[in-house]
Design a protein around this ligand. Structure first.
Ligand code: ATP
Ligand code: ZN
Length: 210
């Protein structure tokens, strides 16, 4: 049988937990940091190690059949993939934050303001839902320094502990998206017997953790 492929993050916040989950599912493989692909000895699956940003498109396009990636990345890429299972790790929240010394009271107060973010698609949808017209400044990283440099009035970024915000004189203002790691699949792959088997194992690992 031709092995299916699952894409997981090569290194970063989701790598270790993704590897651990697959191992807890009884899959036996070498976690070669240097190779991009590794095969599983006792299950018809190959593991691709990729940058998280590439995973949704690889799965949508069928280069990988399955993937493990944050919901924040899936939503930002606007891909068409199936959510097979929320995995309960990689939890974080995409938030709008504002400078402490320039507080706002209501969501509507964002009208006419500029917001720096690496998540322009998700942010635009949020603003549309609230009928707010703001100027989105897309930057690829370190968005927290935006307000201090006069680049933007606010930011929209992933927050977990809030210490990066505080260190940059910012405070949380509004929650935009709660995210966690999701097992995704390309269209119709859920019916594949190998995926059914893997999904059952994943679900029993998750139940054992409850
Ligand atoms: P890559 O090199 O694969 O592109 P990255 O630097 O974009 O990695 P990481 O910082 O490793 O990404 O984060 C991966 C995912 O972990 C995020 O997309 C998000 O879903 C989740 N996550 C959980 N907590 C946090 C956090 N505190 N900050 C950022 N991401 C977090
Ligand atoms: Zn990334």
């Amino acid at each position: 049988m031709k092995a299916l492929k699952i894409a997981i993050q090569k290194s970063g916040r989701l790598n270790e937990k993704s590897v651990e989950l697959l191992k807890n599912c009884g899959l036996s493989f070498e976690n070669y940091k240097s190779s991009l692909i590794t095969s599983v000895a006792n299950f018809p699956l190959e593991i691709l190690f990729l940058r998280d940003d590439d995973i949704p498109e690889y799965v949508q396009d069928g280069i990988a059949d399955l993937g493990i990636v944050g919901e924040n990345v899936i939503k930002e890429k606007e891909v068409s993939v199936e959510y097979l299972q929320a995995l309960g790790f990689g939890k974080c929240t995409l938030k709008i934050a504002i400078p402490k010394e320039k507080p706002l009271n209501y969501i509507d107060d964002l009208n006419g303001k500029s917001i720096a973010t690496s998540y322009p698609i998700i942010l635009q949808k949020f603003l549309d839902q609230h009928q707010i017209k703001a100027d989105i400044r897309t930057i690829s990283g370190s968005v927290e320094i935006g307000p201090g440099l006069g680049l933007s009035d606010a930011i929209c970024d992933i927050v977990s502990t809030g210490s990066t915000l505080r260190n940059n004189g910012l405070e949380p203002f509004a929650d935009v998206l709660s995210s966690q790691a999701i097992l995704i699949g390309k269209k119709d792959i859920k019916e594949h017997s190998v995926v059914e088997e893997l999904l059952q194992r994943v679900q029993s690992v998750l139940r054992a953790k409850e």
